[in-house]
Design a protein around this ligand. Structure first.
Ligand code: HEM
Ligand SMILES: *[C@@H]1O[C@H](CO)[C@@H](O)[C@H](O)[C@H]1NC(C)=O
Length: 417
């Protein structure tokens, strides 16, 4: 009897080791994604006014995809560029722990960005969720990594070439796609305690739309040096210098701000890369279209080829959203070798309404409406029923595998005695 048990256990160990050698990442099913979609939307809604989860998830999905060229579910908490992300990671870790056997952390981080972008977008131009794929492998089981090759973009970029160079090397984006991706900064804000920068980019920091481009390319901005307590970093602010040129102290709390890298998608600047200050005699202010006549103290910065792209996006939110989604999917799919085909996820509404403008009368129904109709489709319903069934079976198998793993762990421990 004891002999038989040992044989069974050894067989179990052998099977387990063979299966773990393959190391094929778990692929979340459509039902799993739909469940998680609902949970994420509820969390975003619950935390509104407390944590900026939509902004946090979108930023996290970007940071997860930098370094080693692909999204891998791991964030190097020792890298100061990741400051401020921990609170969002903590929320997703809770979700992950409930769904460990159904999804990889890398897929969850990427998916959270997609759900957040959709949740924060406007009815007239929703972030299209229908291109999401699964199959990203995790870099480690605990989500920690120490990745010395993880280089985030600098905050003092000075022209569009530098911005495009980064996004091209990281995710294969071209110039237009690089400009489009930066519009993510319509969500959230900068915080002194995280980055040394301070302020939101736009008025409504919970809505994902093209308002960012109006700020960048249709207003006037001045470079300011932040106080000592902010490490004397340089950011752009609306309030002009009271005299002299550029490099005046700023840090106006609550006021909108831009990084030089934000301005660089429309204007050329000449900056000391280390400090972020203007090079000698190179002061300029960013004069967008709503430009007051240039003042004596600062010439207008030279416009670059991104300026017209920004103007176009500012005037056409659906156009921008389309390009943004394209660039975002390129980012989260970058250098993945075994992704599924797109999983069409039927979304559920969050418990509180999204931050939207009411559609104008006479408008065609938005995507939401179409999705609602699709639900009544006979084949669709039947298919999802079958999927649910196979998912339940998969669930049971996964549970069994987990139990087997525990048994095999115990045997391994016994062997050590
Ligand atoms: C050249 C590129 C970029 C630079 C230099 C940059 C820099 C920054 C900095 C300094 C912050 C403030 C962090 C803090 O103080 O908490 C920030 C926040 C943020 N970034 Fe970027 N970023 C870049 C690109 C992107 C991209 C590609 C995305 C997404 C697709 C993104 C999404 C966000 C979001 C949503 C926030 C707000 C987070 C929050 O509210 O907590 N950024 N970024
Ligand atoms: C790709 O993913 C599928 C589905 O999970 C799996 O069966 C296959 O072995 C994977 N291929 C590679 C090369 O990892």
């Amino acid at each position: 009897m004891v002999y038989l048990k040992t044989v069974v256990l050894l067989a179990v160990i052998a099977v387990y080791q063979i299966s773990s050698q393959n190391n094929v990442p778990i692929r979340a099913s459509k039902e799993t994604l739909e469940k998680i979609d609902g949970e994420l939307r509820n969390k975003i809604a619950e935390e509104r006014g407390n944590l900026r989860l939509a902004a946090g998830f979108v930023r996290l999905s970007f940071h997860d995809c930098v370094g080693e060229g692909r999204c891998d579910g791991c964030i190097d908490s020792g890298n100061p560029d990741n400051n401020g992300l921990q609170r969002y990671i903590d929320v997703l870790s809770g979700v992950y722990n409930d769904h460990k056997d159904e999804i990889t952390r890398a897929d969850l981080f990427a998916f959270a960005g997609v759900v957040a972008a959709n949740e924060a977008s406007r009815e007239d131009a929703q972030f299209d969720m229908s291109h999401f794929k699964v199959g990203r492998a995790d870099c480690s089981s605990d989500g920690q990594e120490n990745d010395p090759n993880e280089h985030f973009p600098g905050n003092n970029m000075q022209n569009l070439g530098e911005v495009t160079k980064f996004f091209n090397a990281a995710f294969g984006l071209n110039e237009q796609e690089s400009v489009a991706l930066m519009g993510a900064h319509s969500l959230g804000r900068m915080e002194t305690r995280n980055s040394g920068y301070e302020g939101p980019w736009v008025n409504n920091i919970e809505r994902l739309d093209s308002a960012y481009y109006q700020e960048v390319a249709e207003r006037r901005w001045f470079l300011k040096v932040m106080p000592e307590s902010n490490g004397q970093k340089h950011q752009w602010e609306r309030r002009g210098p009271t005299g002299g040129s550029g490099n005046r102290e700023g840090g106006n709390p609550g006021a909108k701000a831009l990084l030089s890298t934000d301005g660089a998608i429309a204007f050329n600047m000449h900056l000391n890369q280390e400090s972020g200050a203007f090079l000698d005699n190179q002061e300029c202010s960013m004069c967008g279209v709503a430009n007051n006549p240039p003042r004596r103290e600062a010439e207008c910065c030279e416009k670059n080829s991104g300026y017209n792209i920004c103007r176009e996006y500012s005037a056409n939110n659906p156009q921008w959203m389309n390009d943004f989604a394209g660039a975002f999917y390129k980012m989260i799919d970058s250098q993945q070798t075994n992704l599924s085909s797109p999983v069409s996820v039927t979304t559920t509404d969050a418990t509180t309404p999204r931050p939207t403008k009411a559609p104008k009368p006479g408008r065609k129904p938005g995507k939401k409406g179409k999705k609602g109709k699709k639900r009544q489709d006979f084949f669709h319903t039947k298919k999802s029923h079958n999927d649910a069934k196979s998912n339940r079976i998969r669930h049971r198998i996964q549970k069994l595998m987990k139990e087997l793993r525990e048994v095999s762990d115990q045997v391994k421990k016994m062997k050590n005695y």
